[in-house]
Design a protein around this ligand. Structure first.
Ligand code: ADP
Length: 505
């Protein structure tokens, strides 16, 4: 009997497959990293073929480890790193170039030109986003302008665009042999090409970016009772499983954390950090540097919107300590090393590697370590890195409170970095509110599973999903007000030191 739900989580650093049961409990998982290709400063790429191969592999291994097969899956959900842009030839499935990853800043001159020519206002109004390197629209334009033959191919339908949800979906449902070219409304809301009110591609925005409509996927609800399509029996699951849920990773985590009511929020600590606040069925425009985005749309119901604070570099600063600086051997070492000192020794690290995202949106910023004295050690650097994760989150929480008037009583946290007990304690200290982590910390995959399970009747409704949510751990603030205020003031001074560094032509 098909009694489980599968979820593909095609993330920035790895691809994962997870299997859940009726209670929302994890039954199996497998995960494989893929290469981070950095051909020059500011460029970050992934190989889409490697991503698809890893996705295949994790699906097969996860099923094998729990003794299940594709026919045991009632439905499949997909969640993904958002904005990362793939352009491929639908006749043979070959990408025209590597995927341009969301962190990549090569489109800074495109973003600047959009502001300079006065298009910023219409993009903010229609798409809910400020012109920035982060979103897919500029990345598609870059590929159309720089990769030979793509523009002509796109006009003939021989070059199509997708974020990695679309890429995985197309491959799972047949690839060149009838693969479904679709995306969901949350992923589409990150392109700068979708109108937040009509939930469709917007002619004016397509024109601004010079993107032919023929290359874009169909936009579907995040949870679709009609299903996006079925997996082909020749593909990794070896069964015709309905793909019924698709959500960008942060929206999936919002669903996985059951933030279904206006005023409910979650913060995910992964490669970057993403705080989303459910604002209900009307989009709320930010005045303080947050994004307006679609949180989810279930079936034919109305779209539910969110205010989002996106931070580009949090967990990836820990990776940088490990891989580039060689200060630690694994991510967990960051905690052990930071615990050897009581405070940051006056050192602040602002990891503005991709400029600063929310609430600053400054592509001219670059990383800085400030306050250095002869006294400082690698332990202070480890501590400053963990603090940077928490201070950046405070910047976003402050913006969110100003935009929405909602005061958080507790912050719901999830993602890889929440394994770091010290970092979560610092977060509670820096914010002055408790931080709470659920039992299932893999809320991203869980949210995609929920979307697929709701669509196919595996789960009845949102109330049933709410019953699954259980707290596993809570961190209470320990700092006094004075320490909290002094730390945050110094952090903001450090941020100022990173601005106006890169010259954008
Ligand atoms: P993503 O879905 O963005 O790939 P994950 O939720 O899997 O991210 O989290 C991975 C990130 O978490 C990596 O950047 C890694 O450096 C960081 N991370 C994992 N474990 C720890 C830890 N114990 N302390 C600090 N950072 C950690």
């Amino acid at each position: 009997m098909a009694d489980f739900i599968g979820a593909v989580d095609q993330g920035t650093t790895s691809s994962r497959f997870m299997i859940f049961d009726h209670g929302g409990n994890e039954v199996a998982r497998h995960q494989l990293e893929h290469e981070q290709i950095m051909p020059r400063s500011g460029w970050v790429e992934h190989d889409p073929v490697e991503i698809w191969e890893r996705t295949n592999s994790v699906m097969q291994t996860a099923l094998r480890t729990c003794g299940l097969s594709g026919t045991d899956l009632h439905a499949l959900g997909i969640t993904n790193q958002r904005e990362t842009t793939v352009v491929w030839d639908p006749r043979n499935g070959r990408p025209y170039c590597n995927a341009i990853v969301w962190q990549d800043t090569r489109t800074d001159s495109i973003a600047k030109a959009l502001e300079d020519t006065g298009h910023g206002e219409v993009i903010r109004r229609k798409a809910g986003l400020p012109p920035a390197t982060y979103f897919s629209g500029g990345k598609i334009k870059w590929i159309l302008d720089h990769v030979e033959g793509v523009r002509a191919a796109a006009e003939r339908g021989h070059a199509v665009f997708g974020t990695t949800d679309s890429w995985v979906l197309w491959n799972l449902t047949g690839g060149p042999d009838g693969g479904i070219h679709a995306t969901d409304v949350t992923n589409a809301s990150r392109t700068m090409l979708m109108n937040l009110e009509t939930l469709d591609w917007d002619e004016e925005l397509l024109e601004i970016f010079g993107v032919p409509r023929a290359m874009l996927p169909v936009i579907r609800p995040s949870s679709d009772p009609e299903a996006y399509g079925r997996t082909r029996t020749s593909r990794p699951l070896r069964a015709a499983v309905p793909v019924a849920g698709v959500l960008g990773d942060q929206q999936a985590a919002t669903v996985g954390q059951v933030c279904f009511e206006p005023g409910e929020a979650k913060n995910t600590y992964g490669t970057g950090n993403f705080l989303l606040l459910n604002t209900g069925t009307t989009p709320v425009r930010s005045k303080h540097g947050l994004l307006t985005t679609v949180a989810y749309r279930f079936g034919t119901g109305p779209a539910v919107y969110a205010l989002e604070g996106s931070i580009a570099v949090t967990g990836s600063a820990v990776q940088w300590l490990r891989d580039q600086m060689k200060v630690i051997r694994d991510a967990g070492d960051s905690e052990r090393l930071a615990r050897t000192v009581d405070d940051n020794g006056g050192m602040y690290f602002v990891p503005a590697f991709s400029g600063l995202f929310a609430p600053y949106w400054r592509s001219d910023a670059r990383g800085a370590i400030v306050g250095l004295a002869r006294y400082n050690t690698n332990a202070h650097l480890a501590r400053a890195t963990l603090e940077a994760i928490c201070y950046q989150s405070r910047d976003v929480v402050e913006a969110m409170e100003q935009d929405s008037g909602v005061h958080l009583d507790v912050l719901k946290a999830d993602g890889g970095v929440t394994a770091n007990d010290l970092c979560m304690q610092i977060q509670a200290d820096v914010l002055g509110v408790p931080v709470s982590r659920p039992v299932v910390a893999e809320t991203t995959a869980l949210g995609a599973a929920y979307a697929a399970g709701l669509a196919t009747g595996y789960w009845r409704d949102e109330a049933e999903l709410r019953e699954h949510w259980q707290e596993s751990k809570r961190w209470e603030p320990q700092w006094d007000e004075d320490r909290r205020n002094r730390g945050y003031t110094d952090w903001k001074r450090a941020v100022q030191r990173t601005l106006d560094w890169v010259r954008v032509e």
